[in-house]
Write a protein that binds this ligand. Structure first.
Ligand code: HSE
Length: 412
């Protein structure tokens, strides 16, 4: 029998307790011994809960209990989760977390503490909810040089975009529905402005490329400024708009990493990922492209990944799993203005045909897109591959125009 503690009895934490109870016998078989919830840390009261006698408001009851070998952190946020996780490791307990904010900010430090104490720190649920991605990336794809990862990493924004694309819903109505269905973060701004996806691509990039990538190094754009007109242009071009987290290894070893809405051709495997589903495309030199797909949010899908990590930690109580990455480094992630992409550009102009003529002279190879139902007095086009900074310079040089939208175009 092994005792664990759960810190945070919200959606995910209560899901973990539910799955551990519901599947207790098969979990015990897989773990090699029964798993018992010794303590649950939460400031709230849960009088009718089957675990009512195990709740505590004092982290010391977990930290100082030598019988608790594994701590599950499902509180979310940096504080006090960071302090409690670090102290749990320092007290000799392995930790499982679903907290992407914590791993994206402090993963390198917590992994090093775990390594130095022969403990495990696992966080499969922090990216893609119930989708197995971190363990496959670390183990099953270990033979590869992974050179790019691109994913739909946020269920709320994918749901919102799906409603806009399929039903012509407004951004506000679609977001309100996502909140009603419980997909959005407590503060949905982290979903909408791309911060949630940013934390997840940081974790993926850190694991895949072996060095910590911090959210402050990643240019992050959300979906709040996308309009139905942008979506009409994407449709006319032959694709869709998705919020993509992307990390690409450059020849000099540095990373091009960003979160932004992108035009995806309809043939892209990521273009067919709808509603709250997430998908992560991994490109390796031996395996080619592989895609991981499933529910990226929700109580039981996320609990599924957390409990699997707990089982793995029970099986590896005195042995370390390989999951690890080195400290980050300034300059390791390039300035996004140095990154090269094709872009979709919408320009409001006094004289659209004259602007188009000037644009094609300034930047040969642009492809005009004519969409139905978009306002007069503007042009939309796709640029050739070029550095962000070059594009900005060229657009600045066009007289009598104003940039309405600029959306990068995926090559996957
Ligand atoms: N709010 C997140 C999402 C939950 O919508 O994907 C999972 O991290």
């Amino acid at each position: 029998m092994i005792k664990i503690a759960i810190m945070g009895y919200g959606t995910v934490g209560s899901g973990v307790a539910e799955v551990l109870q519901k599947n207790a016998s098969s979990i015990a078989h897989k773990a090699g011994q029964p798993i018992e919830i010794g303590r649950i840390l939460d400031l709230r009261e849960f009088p009718g809960s089957p675990f009512a006698n195990r709740f505590t408001k004092d982290f010391g009851d977990i930290e100082n209990d030598p019988a608790i070998a594994i701590v599950v952190e499902t509180m979310g946020g940096l504080n006090p989760a960071y302090d409690f996780v670090k102290r749990s490791l320092l007290a000799g307990k392995s930790v499982v977390t679903s907290n992407k904010e914590l791993v994206a900010a402090k993963g390198d430090e917590l992994l090093a503490i775990a390594r130095d104490r022969n403990l495990n720190f696992l966080f499969e649920a922090s990216v893609g909810g119930g989708i197995p991605i971190l363990r496959p990336l670390d183990q099953c794809l270990a033979a590869n040089e992974v050179y790019e990862i691109a994913g739909i990493l946020n269920g709320t924004t994918n749901f919102v975009l799906t409603k806009m694309i399929d039903d012509g819903a407004s951004f506000e109505d679609a977001l309100a529905l996502a909140q009603k269905l419980g997909y959005a973060e407590r503060d949905p701004s982290a979903d909408v402005n791309g911060d949630d996806a940013c934390r997840k691509i940081c974790i993926l990039a850190s694991l895949a490329f072996g060095r910590h990538v911090s959210p402050s190094q990643v240019k992050t754009e959300g979906i709040a400024s996308l309009t139905l007109d942008d979506i009409r242009y994407a449709e006319a071009w032959g694709g869709v708009v998705k919020l993509i987290g992307r990390a690409k290894k450059l020849e000099d070893g540095r990373l091009y990493c960003l979160v932004c809405p992108m035009f995806l051709p309809k043939e892209s495997p990521l273009a067919d990922v709808h509603d709250v589903f997430n998908a992560i495309l991994v490109r390796g030199d031996a395996v080619g492209d592989v895609m991981f797909y499933g529910r990226g949010a929700g109580k039981l899908p996320t609990a599924s990944a957390v409990v699997a990590d707990v089982i793995d930690e029970v099986k590896h109580l005195n042995r370390r799993k390989s999951i690890f990455w080195e400290k980050g480094e300034e300059g390791y992630v390039i300035d996004y203005r140095e990154g090269r992409d094709k872009s979709f550009v919408r320009l409001r102009c006094e004289n659209p045909e004259a602007t188009w003529a000037a644009m094609t002279t300034e930047l040969p190879g642009c492809q005009r897109i004519r969409a139905e139902g978009v306002p007069a007095g503007e042009i939309g086009f796709i640029t050739p591959f070029l550095r962000e900074q070059e594009l900005e310079n060229k657009l600045d040089a066009l007289p009598g125009t104003q940039v309405i939208s600029r959306i990068r175009v995926a090559d996957f």
